[in-house]
Design a protein around this ligand. Structure first.
Ligand code: PHE
Ligand code: ZN
Length: 867
């Protein structure tokens, strides 16, 4: 029986030894790589006598300690590292080992993606390159020498600045890199191969010149320009907003096709999933362009929030991730539309994080234990983490927040710290005590605010009652109320807000209540007539609101806060759909309010598209105690048809005026027009009308942007199957050699609502463009299937069996990708008896599979234990 050890935050102790410098030499050969590692070790705990070095899957060849060659009896070699006696304050350790990048399918450490050698070391990949103290609180100055064939690897890259190159005998060359800034080994990177590139320069605020380059497979260079523009904008933004300047002579980005995540912030040498670098009008959607801008920014911002100030241990992951997501969200808001960005971010939070937080894998943004840290790169640590930072930003205000960040950079630069140090920085500028606020870091699940009001006409007062409902955690323990900033307004009938006055609460920036108690009664004075309630404006707190007094039609028409206006439509949509699911009639007032927004000419185009989106299956599933996908889809389609019938002519006219097939620009208005047009086309397609499907087909063949192409094809697939096959064939023939586009193709097929999707997905696994060793392809085909509620929750249980088979199969290759897939089973506790039995069998089957990874084991056992 395998062991799956749990690591606890409370057991953290500083490292007894540290590594001050590390000089690495890589000799890259076709089938293996030789690594020579010379470390200067310094003892930090005077009582320490034994040095533990992490190392996995390494062929150790030779080891010297202080120039003495050690024989095998002088140290202990285990599966996961080396143990050697070391009773001195300073030592020089030299190690030679060999690694096998070609056999590395886990994509951690040094591996090959296509023909390119590249690395991924966060969180614990460096131990697969050489023996080291692989933990983020050991910060080291690295130099890297790389030797490889000039022909196979004309490009040799590592962190820091280029310090020399030389041509060697027998067709080899050597490149030397030196990174002057100490860093944890998870930020080490190396790239070798024959790559194309584009270059540029950036001149920093103090006038230093930085050489910028983006590397990719030859032939893709022209697709890198959007990424380069995004990089330069990010560098400028971090200077303007935070006064943070870049600190090396070069900034390199490399795009690779096989990558477990989105991208990695390695010092001076970011490595990216090519999905987040390569784009042109023909092959990338508007969403892809936006994604590139934000991920490029995210990795760049890590240089200060993550790299120069890093995490003391992996429990502190949200210190760098939550903060950096917050920074990239603000950047994207500044580059595009603040409201659009906020609505997208809130939607992602609620559909991914709220779902995670209410299920078996819920955890605090700062977890206190883990089996496999790779399982904690989650929506909770990232997106909820960002919301927690955003709440502090709301409390402090823009200016004080900037001062608090200055404090953070001044005091902790060059150090490995924790969220305590970050909170200390925030507290230094905060108008309120943040002690209770810290519970956001240690508690799980999403609180709900129950809100009601009472108007007292005699005294012109409005009483607001707010009760925090705090759910129990995954261990079924009670949790405590939070402190949070709640932005509210009391509105007059024209949508204007009364100035808020109250003696009962701390009011910040006029309209923000600092809520600390479980039960709150707040009396607002000077309200001449009963007002309309506007709650959680801008989504100032990441909570659910329960309030039966909200006037949705009023808010949809008059509310000036974009989020609350959107939210009124969203909640009204949910209410309408749920009534239909319970056998009720379609709510006429909803249809009217929807129509009013549809025809509101003053409304921003992208915002209109967002507000007109009906609540998703995920949203409705989340609210069910027992999942019933079929009834959700039925109600959704019915509502869509009612709306489409009622507004058919208006919608068709709008489609016509919005449609601009040759425009592929990615400014806000162009993207908004495409988005709204696609949304409206989807509404009328639900009517199954021949002339509309002919129009949709025309858009598919005629439009030049991938956003329009893809959404037209998706609509044909789901509403006009007779036209879909031809379109799909056309699409396939055009793009079968472009793997990034094939991801879209696989994902479209696997997300289909048509019957027979499982058989189709099974067959597509043998498509020449598919490869289960490439994470993007697995996510597109298998991942999309697992996220396709109709197909996955099919009553036969065949969807469960298929995904379980894939989890087991892929776990043997790449545990990180397998555990991502295993997350598909997270609704286990919410299934009907029959479905639960079926899924339960599959979960047990996975759990009992021999040699299961920690990654999958941890996820599966949490799911099984939850019910
Ligand atoms: N640190 C990366 C980021 O958020 C994510 C990542 C984690 C990438 C683990 C690879 C492996 O930017
Ligand atoms: Zn990050």
């Amino acid at each position: 029986m395998q062991e799956h050890t749990t690591i606890y935050f409370k057991d953290y102790t500083p490292s007894p030894y540290t590594v001050d410098t590390c000089s690495l030499e890589f000799i890259i050969e076709e089938s293996s790589t030789r690594v020579e590692n010379i470390m200067t070790i310094r003892r930090q705990d005077p009582t320490a006598k034994v040095l533990h070095l992490n190392g996995e899957m390494l062929d150790l060849e030779l080891l010297w300690v202080n120039d003495i060659l050690y024989s095998e009896d002088m140290y202990t070699k285990e599966e996961d590292g080396l143990i050697l006696p070391l009773d001195c304050d300073d030592a020089r350790i030299r190690i030679i080992n060999r690694i096998y990048p070609d056999q590395n399918t886990a994509l951690e450490g040094l591996y090959r993606s296509g023909g390119i050698w590249c690395t991924q070391n966060e969180p614990e990949g460096f131990r697969r390159i050489t023996y080291f103290i692989d933990r983020p609180d050991v910060m080291t100055r690295f130099t890297t020498k790389i030797i490889a064939s000039i022909e196979r690897c004309p490009i040799l890259l590592s962190n820091g600045n280029l310090r020399g190159t030389a041509t060697l005998d027998n067709g080899k060359h050597l490149v030397l890199w030196e990174d002057p800034i100490p860093k944890p080994c998870y930020l080490f990177a190396l790239v070798a191969g024959d790559l194309g590139s584009i270059t540029d320069t950036f001149s920093t605020m103090s006038g230093k010149k930085v050489d910028l380059a983006i590397y990719c497979d030859r032939g893709n260079e022209e697709k890198c320009h959007h990424a380069m523009r995004s990089l330069k904008k990010s560098m400028e933004w971090d200077e303007n907003e935070y006064g943070r300047e870049y600190d090396l002579e070069v900034y390199n980005i490399v795009a690779v096709d096989s990558f477990n995540m989105g991208a990695m912030e390695n010092k001076g040498l970011n490595i990216f999933n090519s999905h987040y670098v390569l784009a042109d009008e023909e092959t990338a959607t508007d969403g892809d362009f936006m994604g590139i801008e934000s991920v490029i920014a995210h990795e760049y911002f890590h240089n200060w929030t993550g790299n120069r100030i890093t995490c003391r241990n992996w429990f502190e992951l949200t210190l760098k991730e939550g903060l950096t997501v917050f920074r990239d969200q603000c950047f994207s808001a500044d580059m595009n539309s603040e409201l659009t960005q906020r609505l997208d971010d809130v939607r992602a939070l609620r559909e991914r994080q709220f779902v995670e937080d209410s299920g078996p894998t819920a955890h605090p943004i700062k977890p206190d234990h883990y089996i496999e840290i790779n399982n904690f790169y989650t929506a909770t640590v990232y997106e909820k983490g960002a919301e927690v930072i955003r709440m502090m930003h709301t409390v402090l205000g823009r200016e004080k927040f900037r001062h608090a960040m200055d404090y953070y950079f001044e005091n902790f630069d060059g150090k490995a710290v924790g969220t305590e140090e970050f909170l200390e920085s925030m507290q230094s500028q905060s108008p309120v005590d943040l002690t209770q606020f810290k519970r956001w870091y240690s508690q799980e699940r999403t609180p709900t605010l129950k809100i009601s009001s009472e108007y007292r006409s005699g005294s012109a007062e409005l009483v607001l009652r707010i009760v925090q409902m705090i759910p129990k955690n995954t261990k079924n323990q009670d949790q405590l109320p939070y402190a949070m900033p709640l932005r509210v307004a009391l509105l007059a009938s024209d949508g204007s807000a009364y100035p808020l006055q109250s003696d009962d609460v701390t009011l910040m920036h006029e309209d923000v209540i600092w809520l600390e108690n479980e039960t709150n009664e707040i009396v607002f004075t000077g309200i001449p007539i009963p007002p309309y309630l506007s709650l959680n404006r801008g989504f100032s707190a990441p909570v659910n609101i329960e309030c039966s007094e909200l006037d949705f039609p009023f808010l949809m028409a008059y509310e000036r806060d974009g989020f609350v206006r959107f939210e009124a439509a969203h909640q009204f949509g949910i209410e309408t759909l749920e009534a239909m699911m319970n056998g009720g009639e379609v709510n006429e007032r909803y249809i009217e309010s929807y129509g009013a927004v549809l025809q509101d000419e003053a409304c921003d185009t992208m915002f209109k598209s967002q507000i007109l989106e009906l609540p998703s299956i995920t949203t409705l599933m989340q609210r069910q105690t027992i999942i019933d996908v079929v009834s959700i889809v039925k109600a959704q389609e019915e509502l869509k048809q009612v709306l489409a019938k009622r507004y058919r002519d208006v919608i068709l006219e709008m489609i016509d005026s919005l449609y601009d097939p040759t425009n592929t620009d990615i400014d806000g208005l162009s993207m908004g027009k495409r988005s709204l047009k696609n949304r409206l086309l989807g509404m009328v397609m639900s009517l199954g009308d021949k002339s509309v499907s002919a129009l949709c087909e025309k858009h598919y063949y005629e439009a030049l942007s991938m956003s329009e192409r893809l959404s037209a094809l998706d609509l044909l697939e789901n509403y006009a199957p007779e036209r879909a096959s031809k379109g799909l064939e056309h699409f396939y023939t055009l793009y079968k050699h472009q793997t990034l586009v094939m991801n879209k193709y696989f994902s479209l097929c696997a997300s289909s609502r048509r019957i027979g999707t499982l058989e189709r997905v099974k067959a597509l696994q043998s498509d020449p463009a598919y490869d289960n060793k490439v994470p993007n392809l697995v996510r597109s085909l298998i991942g999309s299937f697992a996220r396709n509620p109709l197909a996955f929750y099919d009553i036969s249980g065949e969807g469960f069996t298929f995904v379980a088979d894939k989890v087991i199969e892929i776990d043997a290759l790449n545990p990180q990708i397998a555990s991502g897939l295993a997350g598909a089973f997270k609704n286990y506790p919410k299934l009907s008896m029959e479905q639960k039995t079926l899924m339960g069998c599959e979960l047990e089957r996975i759990k009992n599979h021999p040699n299961l990874s920690n990654n999958v084991y941890e996820i599966i056992t949490k799911i099984l234990e939850a019910s």
